[in-house]
Design a protein around this ligand. Structure first.
Ligand SMILES: Cc1ncc(C[n+]2csc(CCOP(=O)(O)OP(=O)(O)O)c2C)c(N)n1
Ligand code: SF4
Ligand SMILES: [Mg+2]
Length: 274
């Protein structure tokens, strides 16, 4: 059901279902709401935190992750979730995505995956399939799509999953698991854009998605599974590695950023930027 709050989204947008799921996840989590903070960039998806009753920081396009890292360093006690669209997270924010996975902090990364730049009227995004036509690529998208899940597994992310806005119960369990996971968790959420993506619709996905029965723990099997797209599209936990160490701020720096003196802050900056 679409919320009785004013949003900037088109009726039928997949983001409504995701918002609904997030509301339920936050209500159920064993974490107080005032200990949860969302960071986002710019885009339709990046408006998400504005429609939820949590703390948030709405930054620049492509920049949902730097504030997430900064907040986690300063306030390790907070549950930090970065939320943005495929363009914001993997295009303009692509380098932040890669570098954040290298940092190994306890952050959750959620992405509304609609395979378009929705807010700016449907141009190709980094995940648009090869040859797909739109207003700015009338001859078809000439670029190969990026595979965010395979990239995340390759970069060592210990929790990598795909959800579908059309299966809210499954998505709810997935997001809850990702938030409670101790380490960097990525969930790419298939989110139909009813206005600009006439290919990857709810019906198109419903014919193709299948649920993984268990989380995959073998990295190479996970990459092969992340590569499945077309007739069959897996949803669920593509990769989970409970052995991967999560970096605790107190182990790296002894004190959180807010309590550090200037010299220690400079040291933190050097360590985190490497
Ligand atoms: C640096 C920069 N480049 C481009 C833009 C314009 N811009 C704003 S939102 C957006 C696309 C957002 O697409 P996506 O992140 O996939 O989110 P969606 O709207 O599809 O949810 C673009 C290109 C911008 N604001 N800043
Ligand atoms: S343009 Fe697409 S992604 Fe944006 S609100 Fe409309 S349906 Fe949703
Ligand atoms: Mg998008």
């Amino acid at each position: 059901m679409e919320p009785k709050i004013e949003t900037g989204w088109c009726p039928g947008c997949g983001n409504f279902a995701i918002r609904d799921v997030l509301e339920k996840v936050f209500a159920d989590l064993p974490i107080l709401r005032n200990k949860i903070v969302l960071t986002s960039g710019i885009g339709q998806a990046a408006k998400m935190p504005q429609y939820l009753d949590v703390n948030y920081f709405n930054g620049l396009h492509g920049r949902s992750l730097p504030p997430a890292v900064g907040i986690k360093l300063a306030r390790p006690d907070l549950t930090v979730i970065a939320y943005s669209g495929d363009g914001c997270m993997y295009g303009e924010g692509g380098n932040h995505f890669i570098q954040t996975l290298r940092r190994r902090l306890d952050i959750t990364i959620l992405v509304s995956e609609n395979q378009v730049y929705g807010l700016t009227k449907g141009q190709s995004s980094p995940t648009t399939a090869l040859a797909v036509k739109n207003d700015l690529s009338p001859g078809g998208n000439p670029n190969l799509p990026l595979n965010p899940l395979a990239l995340a597994v390759t970069m060592g992310a210990p929790f990598v999953a795909r959800g579908f806005a059309g299966d809210k119960e499954h998505l709810k369990a997935l997001i809850r698991e990702a938030i409670l996971f101790k380490g960097t968790a990525v969930v790419d959420i298939l989110q139909p854009c009813v206005s600009f993506n006439k290919i990857n619709t709810y019906a198109w996905y419903r014919e193709r998605v299948f649920k993984l029965e268990r989380p995959l723990t073998d990295r190479y099997e996970a990459i092969r599974t992340a590569d499945l797209w077309g007739e069959k599209i897996p949803i669920g936990v593509i990769y989970r590695n409970d052995e991967a160490p999560c970096r605790e701020i107190k182990e790296i720096f002894q004190v959180p950023l807010t309590k550090a003196d200037v010299a220690s802050r400079l040291h933190m900056r050097c360590v985190m930027m490497r």
